[in-house]
Design a binder for this molecule. Structure first.
Ligand code: S3P
Length: 174
């Protein structure tokens, strides 16, 4: 069985994924990490040197490769924030058999607090100089992206939960 975690930037996909995989004794892949390993540079450098379109193409290629791979059957996969929203990635996730999808939903206030502190290494928001501008961006962006995120089989409001509580919640659902 494969479990795919999705959600906005800083929703905890990577940390929760790692913990969930450990508890279930499954393999763990963080898609961003996988992409940067394979491309030989950090995500922010891929954006800067090759552009977002190149990144989205690679993101799709690696996602397909991982989901179709028969060697990693028991897997927890943490996506990037934008992964479900490009090409037909979300359809691929939903249509492939043996895949659970979980949306880690976080409220705007919490996202803003977290992202304001850690925006520097995130290519889509690093340029925001004031918190109000960033908030406006997150509101619009999340509104557009929720259309895809909410297609996940399971939605968990994780805003007030610890990583351990989120993992427990996921295990009850999948
Ligand atoms: C992105 C989120 C990032 C990374 C890239 C683009 C996005 O992943 O894939 O910077 O479009 O939201 P995280 O959600 O892990 O930060």
């Amino acid at each position: 069985m494969k479990t795919v975690l999705l959600g906005y930037m800083s929703s905890g996909k990577s940390s929760v994924g790692k913990l969930l995989a450990k508890q279930m004794q499954y393999d763990f892949i963080d898609l961003d990490h996988y992409i940067s390993e394979n491309e030989g540079m950090p995500i922010s450098e891929i954006f800067n040197l090759k552009g977002e379109l190149y990144f989205r193409k690679k993101e799709k290629e690696y996602l397909e490769k991982i989901l179709r791979s028969s060697t990693t059957t028991n897997l927890v996969l943490s996506l990037g924030g934008g992964t479900p929203c490009y090409y037909n990635n979300m359809r691929l996730i939903l249509e492939q058999t043996g895949i659970n999808s979980v949306y880690l939903k976080v409220n705007i206030e919490t996202l803003l607090q977290r992202l304001w502190k850690e925006k520097e290494h995130r290519p889509l928001i690093a340029h925001y100089k004031d918190k109000e501008g960033l908030e406006e961006f997150i509101r619009k962006h999340l509104f557009e992206r929720q259309f895809y995120y909410l297609k996940a089989q399971h939605v968990i409001d994780v805003s007030k939960l610890s990583f351990n509580q989120i993992v427990e919640n996921i295990q009850l659902k999948i």
